[in-house]
Design a protein around this ligand. Structure first.
Ligand SMILES: [Zn+2]
Length: 435
């Protein structure tokens, strides 16, 4: 199971954060949780094929959570999709999609399987297959909002091949029977009990998607013992009142749910546009639940890194813009304008750019460009670190990533996309009273 955040903004996108959407990759299929504007482009950037989408789960009808849905359906139609698409959401999703299709005069070539959830439902399995099921529960938001849990069913235990050979079991059918839990009678009359050859069933992986909500018991139920919990952390502690007022969570709320649910890894997202430094939220969440990561758009999170690494490769280069100046060590940086996260960046040595728009500031540690010397010497090296950070089995490398983050906190001037400017627009048109 691979989780890829596609959009980590809340109601308003920023220049570096898209509207909410998270993709879950499993066995070649993609399950999309929310579909904010631009989700389909972000999928491409993440290296996820849109044709592989199996199901789309919409949490609620705040526009930021479904504004990309019609565009995506239109693309699937243009791609001549034939496979059925599951569309799951609160009651009304069918009407919305069908009205839009009718309005645009689109007759789609594939079946839409709508699963609508009424607002009086306490718990419902919205999908159920041989291998997995998806459960939905209402959360506590200003309007009816669903949280989801994707749960793989238990997998059969591992076969003890050496022992099987001792008994002379070689036939595939015999293995199948044993794996199914049946006992086996050999030709000489010996009865082999299934448990002698097949180990305990292995629990399936699980993922919970919990946004937008205040703290509520259903969030904990959805997240109970999950491998990965993706939980909103729209606000920091200072704005706890605003979180309550708007039906959202603080980073501490997310940590509380993770703690009570004993999830293995908490990933926080759905950040308010006001936060240019997300590490404030990370710090607050980690005070309550240490194994917390920030959702980073396009950066995959694995449940089984040893097998899953390399399956999904982002098509754009991920550059941590919070701590690097996107210029080459040779002084090729021009005009002080970073070329964005698609740019190659280049090696980052101790060189100081001569650009008048970019003057590195001395930090407590000295020249910020020197930071790289501690954690790697090039973008390439550094990217490797971050992928290691995505390794669910290694918290050591994670803490390394954390040190990095703390470091960038100190160099707050370098947070977000522009090295010497805050990227969040602060104009009279931004209504931060709401988000
Ligand atoms: Zn939202």
């Amino acid at each position: 199971m691979i989780v890829v955040p596609l959009g980590t903004a809340s109601a308003t996108p920023t220049s570096i954060r898209h509207l909410p959407s998270v993709a879950l990759w499993r066995e070649g299929s993609v399950f999309l949780f929310d579909c904010g504007e631009n989700s389909q482009m972000c999928m491409l950037q993440a290296g996820l094929k849109r044709s592989k989408i199996d199901s789309i789960f919409i949490t609620h009808f705040d526009v930021d959570h479904y504004s990309g849905l019609m565009g995506l359906i239109s693309t699937l139609q243009l791609q001549r999709r034939e496979k059925e698409l599951n569309l799951i959401g609160p009651k009304g999703i069918k009407k919305f999609v069908e009205w839009n299709l009718g309005f645009s005069g689109i007759e789609i070539s594939f079946d839409l399987n709508f699963v609508e959830v009424n607002d009086d439902v306490e718990e419902i399995r919205v999908l159920n297959t041989d291998d997995y099921y998806v459960e939905a529960r209402p959360l506590k938001h200003k309007k009816f909002c669903l949280g989801y849990r994707f749960q793989e069913k238990d997998k059969p235990g591992k076969v003890d091949a050496a022992k099987a050979e001792q008994y002379g079991i070689t036939d595939d059918e015999q293995f199948k029977a044993l794996k199914a839990g049946n006992n086996l009678t050999l030709e000489d009359g010996t009865v082999i009990e299934s448990y002698e050859i097949v180990g305990h069933p292995r629990p399936g992986d699980s993922f919970a998607y919990v946004t937008d909500t205040e703290y509520c018991p259903n969030a904990v139920k959805l997240a109970m013992n999950t491998n990965i919990l993706y939980h909103e952390a729209t606000f920091g502690n200072q704005l706890a009142d605003k979180a309550k007022e708007t039906g959202h969570s603080t980073a501490a709320d997310a940590a509380r749910v993770a703690t009570e649910a004993q999830t293995k890894l908490l990933v926080i997202g759905h950040f308010s546009a006001r936060y240019t430094n997300l590490h404030l939220l990370l710090k607050e969440a980690r005070e309550g639940f240490y194994p917390t990561w920030l959702a980073h758009e396009l950066r995959p999170i694995f449940t089984d890194p040893s097998h899953e690494r390399g399956i999904i490769e982002p098509k754009v280069e991920l550059i941590d813009i919070t701590k690097k100046k996107p210029h080459s060590g040779g002084g090729n940086y021009r005009g002080g304008r970073p070329s964005g996260r698609r740019s190659g960046g280049g090696r980052h040595g101790g060189h100081r750019s001569g650009s008048k728009n970019f003057r590195p500031r001395k930090s407590q540690d000295g020249d910020p460009s020197g930071n790289m010397g501690r954690y790697g010497t090039s973008n390439q090296d550094n990217r490797g670190d971050r992928y290691r950070q995505s390794d669910g089995s290694s918290y050591r490398s994670n803490s390394r990533g954390n040190r990095d983050y703390n470091n960038s906190d100190r160099n707050s001037r370098y947070n977000d996309s522009k090295p010497n400017k805050s990227i969040t627009p602060r104009t009279g048109y931004d209504d931060f009273n709401r988000f």
